[in-house]
Design a protein around this ligand. Structure first.
Ligand code: SAM
Length: 397
């Protein structure tokens, strides 16, 4: 082995990683490992690089090997534990945090992640009270409000498909606050997959609560781009419209992309907090707080384009929405929607959103529409994978 060449390649990898050139860094760390198999600093660097790239499952193996090196610093165990946590391996994560703590007391943030990992893991054998007690014991004086821990835990466990554990936390939350509409619906979803649409009171409460974080979470963290992609799809068919309806407009992410059509733009949404954000962003001639189907029914022939980005995910049965949209569109008008892609029919997901199959969109829209464009897109980058979405452009018959 040429030690100088290894050192040179390792220095290149560290520099590339520091400059955010993650692909170059990965290639260089891997090249070091080809020249010097088991090079523990390169294994650690590769693991960290994969963590930064959010490729958590791939980060686990190099971090585990780096942590096994003789005299490895405890931070390597902490990073491995964190990667395990982010892949949903809560028992292994808790054990690894405990091993790191045995070497050196954990700082604040890893200690709180350890406490969560241990609590989520404990839910497999213990009731929610016991798991949350364990959280409080590990977190010590740093412990956060248990309601917040349980609410976040509920979402994380659903995302990792640990539905029994999620149900246990959901029931604990419901007993603590029976008026919490968000939790009540999300818990009901886990026991009754036949619910055919999200209740308006749930949607309103959910998005009133979410409005402040929505843009940052969806655009920056989840890489959500459906409104712009829908607008491009529409523009491929037609350049101008007179009256556009942004149905379920949310914070108004679609407004800048719809501006090119030169139309009067109306936004409708159930959530006043989301509408307030849309008003701040600007671009709308009218903003209305109303349920989508009710609004459509009150405006026969009122629009020549209706856009619904990431909205039909709150409807299982789409027939009432398609029927009302057909009424609200002038003949030849366009309806542009995005869905979470499902296999067939419609299905209620543990996330309380709905997925729709092509066959279903086709059949449910057929009486009033013809599908003129269809495009699969990466809809959101979720905890474990990218959720695939589908854009449809439908022409009113
Ligand atoms: C995921 S957000 C998408 C917002 C926006 N269209 C975008 O792409 O950024 C879904 C929005 O649809 C609204 N919504 C869901 N169901 C609705 C309904 N039945 N009536 C009116 N608005 C609804 C929610 O309040 C929320 O603001």
């Amino acid at each position: 082995m040429d030690i100088q060449a290894v050192d040179h390649m390792f220095a290149m990898a560290v520099a590339a990683s520091g400059e955010g050139r993650l692909d170059d860094a990965e290639a260089a760390f891997r090249a070091v490992l080809v020249m010097s198999p088991g090079h523990d600093e390169a294994l650690f660097g590769l693991g960290l690089n994969l963590m930064i790239a959010r490729r958590f499952p791939e980060a686990v193996e190099p971090l585990a090997l780096a942590a096994q090196a003789p005299d490895a610093e405890p931070v390597r165990l902490q990073c491995l534990a964190h990667a395990l946590f982010l892949t949903g391996a809560f028992t292994r994560a808790a054990e690894t945090f405990a091993a790191a703590e045995a070497i050196e007391a954990l700082p604040e943030s890893p200690r709180l992640t350890w406490a969560r990992a241990a609590a989520y893991a404990a839910l497999d054998q213990s009731p929610a009270e016991t798991a949350l007690d364990l959280y409080a014991r590990i977190a010590g004086p740093l412990a956060e409000d248990l309601g917040t821990v349980a609410r976040e835990g509920f979402g994380v466990l659903v995302a990792f498909d640990r539905l029994d554990a999620a149900r246990a936390l959901g029931a604990w939350l419901e007993a603590r606050d029976p008026d919490d509409k968000i939790r009540a619906h999300e818990l009901r979803v886990l026991v009754d997959p036949s619910i055919d649409r999200a209740p308006p009171a749930y949607v309103e409460a959910l998005f009133d609560d979410f409005a402040e974080r929505f843009d940052r979470q969806l655009v920056e963290m989840l890489d959500y781009r459906a409104p712009a992609l829908l607008a491009d799809l529409i523009a491929s068919r037609r350049a101008r419209f007179e009256r556009i309806l942004d149905l379920g407009c949310g914070t108004g992410l679609a407004a800048p992309s719809l501006e090119r059509f030169g139309a009067e733009l109306t936004g409708v949404d159930l959530s006043s907090a989301m509408l307030a954000k849309a008003a701040e962003r600007g671009g709308y001639d009218h903003l209305v707080q109303e349920e989508a189907v009710a609004f459509l029914e009150r405006h026969p022939g009122g629009f020549d384009l209706i856009v619904a980005a990431d909205v039909v995910i709150y409807f299982g049965d789409l027939v009432p929405l398609f029927t009302a949209a057909a009424k609200a569109l002038a003949p030849g008008g366009l309806l542009a929607i995005s869905t979470e892609r499902g296999e067939t029919g419609w299905s209620l997901l543990p996330t309380a959103r709905y997925a729709h199959g092509d066959d279903y969109v086709q059949a449910a829209s057929a009486p009033g529409f013809r599908i003129v464009e269809r495009q699969e897109i990466p809809l959101r980058r979720e905890t474990t994978a990218v959720t695939v979405g589908c854009l449809y452009l439908l022409e009113r018959l």
